[in-house]
Every structure is written in C-alpha cells, then in structure tokens.
Design a protein around this ligand. Structure first.
Ligand SMILES: Cc1cc2nc3c(=O)[nH]c(=O)nc-3n(C[C@H](O)[C@H](O)[C@H](O)COP(=O)(O)OP(=O)(O)OC[C@H]3O[C@@H](n4cnc5c(N)ncnc54)[C@H](O)[C@@H]3O)c2cc1C
Length: 418
C-alpha cells in the first residue's frame, strides 16, 4: 500500500474543505492533502445553478458553480495536493496521536499519515424509507440531489408531473426549477403545519408559479408497477398521525424527496468521535475539534447549514485551529464548559467552549416564535430577534471576554419571549 506523510489531511473538497485548504496553506501549513471522492471539486455546489450563494463570504450573489470556481481558483494558487476520485474509508489514531487516513483511489489503496485532519465530508439525503413512505418501488422516485444532478449536469428532466415531498429550501428551489423547465409540479407536501423553508422561497418558488403547498400532510404511499403512477396523500393531526378518511390521490410520474439531510459521520464515529443526537454531527469544542484530539470538523458534516457561507467560515475556523494544533503540539484543554440546550433550542454548535476565544454559535429552534430573545444565561448576553423559525439558522458571536465571565461548568441557551 502506498503511504505518505502530511501535516494536514482534509477530507472533502466541498466549500468547507476548499476554504479550509486555502486558509491552512496561507497560515503556513505547507504539507496538505485534500481528498475528495468526486472527480470534480466543489461538493454540492456544481449542481446548484441558482443564485443565492456567497452574500456573506464573497459579498456577492453568486450561483453555486461560481462560488465553487472562486474557491478552486484560490486553491490553485496554493501547493495543496488534490486527490480527487479518492475515497477516505477509515481514520485511525495511533497511541502517540499520529493520525492515519486509509482509502482507495482508482482501485488502489492508499494510506496517509497526518498530524491533524479536517473532516468536511458534507451530508447525505434521507431516503423514502427514513421518511416512512410506504408502497410500491417503481422507477421515478428520486432524492432532490439526484434529480438536480439529472437536470443540471445531464440535462434530463426526471418527470412531467411531479410531486415533491418536503418544503425545506431544497424542496422549494427544486419546485421552481422543475416549473421553469416545463414540468407540472402538482404539489409540495409538508408534514409540519408550517413550511420548512424561507418565506422568500415560499413566495418566489411556489406562489409565483401557483404550485400548491399541502401543509400537515404526508405522502403515505407511492403507487406504480414499473413507473410512478400516483401518490396517496393523507392529512395528519397535531401529533403527526394520519387523520382517518382524509386521504386522496395525486397522479404523477415522479416523486422527489427533499426530506432532510444527514451529516456523513460514519468514518468519524468508527474512529471513536462522539456524535450529537441533535445535530447528527460530531460534538466539537470551540476549536471545532471533535472528541478526537487533532481531528476537526467543518461544514455540513458538523451541522446542516442553511448557507454555504457558514460552511466556508467553519472551514477557515477549523484551519486556524489545525494550524494552532500543529504548531503548538496541542490545544488548551482545561476549563471546558458544556452548552445546555434550553427552551426552544433544538440544536447548537459548538457544544463545548474553552472560554479562551471568541465563538460563533450556530443554532436552530424547535418551533417558530415571534418577538423573542436568545439568552446565554450564565454570561448574561441577550440577543433580540423579531422572529425565529426552525428552517432559519441563528448565528451569534460571543467574545472571549464575555465568555471568560463563565464561572460554572455550563452555559445555558434559552429562547425567551420579550
Ligand atoms: C438544492 C440545494 C440548494 C442550496 N441552495 C443554497 C443557496 O441558495 N445558498 C446557500 O448559501 N447554500 C445553499 N445550499 C447549501 C450549500 O450547498 C451547502 O451548505 C454546502 O455545499 C455545504 O458544504 P460542505 O463542504 O460542508 O459539503 P458538500 O458541499 O456536500 O461537500 C462535501 C464533499 O465531501 C466529499 N466526501 C464525502 N465523503 C467523502 C469521503 N469519505 N472521502 C472523500 N470525499 C468525501 C464529497 O464528495 C463532497 O465533495 C443548497 C444546497 C442544496 C442541496
């Protein structure tokens, strides 16, 4: 097996991994390998041809491919070794702390020893079975990502009469794309009583195209012997149980599943990193270091981000931490406090804080509320917000000097009405 040594290995060449690679190189780490299983760098971005990327990171409204191209251009100015078409299969940590990444590329196994790793493997889409959709197994059922790849990379429309499951931003954006391509979108079906995506997307992607939104409904069954023929829709009550006698059928030839994303943590979990049930990603401290010292996480594998800008920001943050870890041999480890998810806080990262540095917290709420404040109780910091909604991530920065006021073991975050 071919083996080489590096100071830093980055797994994942999406926006988080690319931003991490560029930052790490510019900070002075000159021995870096970037591994991506795809032949094309950019992660999810090359297939997202709509605008809405980069308003924070590049201060410009770019399409996905444009955002990726900017980062790839910056990467080309560095000496980072890019291993595309390479799958990282396993991470091992030796007793002395040296990490090994095992994988394969073009049928050949490889092994790279490294002082630190940034894990930026993104997320995967949930399947119909994870969403509890029963029925036949005909062709014509696609995840949103598969449908997007078919359309935007290969120019194939997945169907003429389409039903979309899930009203998050991905489902909404896909609805508009299909409509623009000439398909009839017969409905977007959402289990919750409120839409999962941003209000602007409800208006621009559904209302502008007269696409019906079925809130508090589920697709209970897919029907069709060879190809999808119809879906059976049912209303659900406030406990999300189907309401008797409420079902009806919609004829369609394709079903698109936009039923959520799951961080791709398998390799990390196998290596021993602790996973947070709330985010589905690894538990990290405020260096974005997982519970394996010297292994950092960034982007959608850490937490499913609304915005690519946050994924890239986390990539840079992980690179700064990896630089400190490599150049100083370790990171400060005493006095770490735990974040406690209080009222209406569904998830928050990082989950641990050292109180030695400024920290950006990314979080989501469980239910929508208006006129609220996010309170970081033990440090007395309060941030007023006109509204919070589950699909909209909040991003709040707290300075090291504020965090240094934290005496006890924990920092509790509550959403309170004001
Ligand atoms: C339909 C859709 C619309 C979106 N619209 C917007 C928008 O309008 N605005 C916006 O800001 N954001 C949008 N996003 C979100 C944005 O695309 C993501 O936040 C961003 O791509 C996440 O970056 P990432 O680097 O964490 O992950 P990814 O982009 O998923 O990249 C992860 C990379 O890791 C690689 N990888 C995974 N496992 C391995 C392994 N074991 N070995 C080697 N390589 C591996 C993958 O091949 C992939 O290239 C949208 C996303 C989708 C799906």
């Amino acid at each position: 097996m071919r083996e080489k040594q590096r100071d830093l290995v980055i797994i994942g060449g999406g926006p988080a991994g690319l931003a991490a690679a560029v930052k790490a190189w510019n900070l002075g780490i000159k021995s870096i390998s970037l591994i991506d299983e795809s032949e094309r760098l950019g992660g999810l971005l090359p297939q997202c041809i709509h605008p809405g990327f980069g308003l924070h990171y590049f201060r410009e409204d770019l399409t996905g491919p444009e955002f990726a191209a900017r980062l790839i251009e910056r990467l080309r100015e560095t000496g980072v070794e890019v291993l595309s078409g390479a799958h990282a299969a396993q991470i091992e940590v030796e007793p002395g702390g040296l990490k090994k990444v095992y994988g394969y590329r073009y049928g050949e196994a490889f092994k790279i020893g490294s002082k630190a790793i940034i894990y930026a493997a993104g997320c995967r889409e949930r399947t119909r079975f994870e969403a509890g959709i029963l029925g036949d197994r005909p062709s014509g059922v696609y995840t949103a990502g598969e449908a997007q790849t078919l359309m935007d990379i290969y120019g194939i429309l997945p169907g003429k009469e389409i039903v979309i499951v899930g009203s998050g931003d991905v489902g909404l954006i896909m609805a508009r794309r299909f409509a623009l391509e000439g398909a009839r979108v017969k409905g977007v079906v959402e289990m919750m009583p409120y839409p999962g995506g941003l209000m602007r997307n409800i208006v621009q992607c559904l209302e502008d195209f007269a696409i019906p939104l079925y809130l508090s409904h589920i697709v209970a069954e897919i029907k069709g012997s060879r190809k999808v023929e119809s879906v059976k829709i049912a209303k659900v009550d406030d406990k999300l149980s189907p309401v008797e006698g409420s079902s009806f059928e919609i004829k369609c030839d394709a079903v698109i599943l936009a039923v959520g994303l799951k961080p791709r943590t398998e390799i990390l979990a196998r290596a021993g990193a602790l996973i947070d049930d709330a985010t589905g990603g690894p538990i990290v401290n405020d260096w974005l270091e997982t519970t394996i010292p010297g292994v950092f996480a960034a982007g959608n594998v850490l937490v499913v981000n609304d915005l690519v800008d946050y994924a890239a920001e986390q990539g840079e943050w992980a690179a700064e931490s990896a630089f400190k870890f490599i150049s100083e041999g370790d990171l400060p480890r005493s006095g770490v406090k735990r974040l406690i998810r209080g009222r209406n806080v569904r998830l928050i990262v990082p989950q641990l804080v050292s109180c030695l540095r400024d920290v950006v917290f990314y979080g989501r709420v469980s239910v929508p509320e208006e006129d609220v404040a996010i309170r970081f109780e033990e440090v007395g910091k309060v941030f007023r917000l006109p509204a919070v909604r589950p699909p909209e991530m909040f991003r709040i920065k707290i300075s090291a000097s504020d965090l240094s006021m934290l005496g006890g073991e924990k920092l509790t975050v509550n959403i309170v009405r004001v």
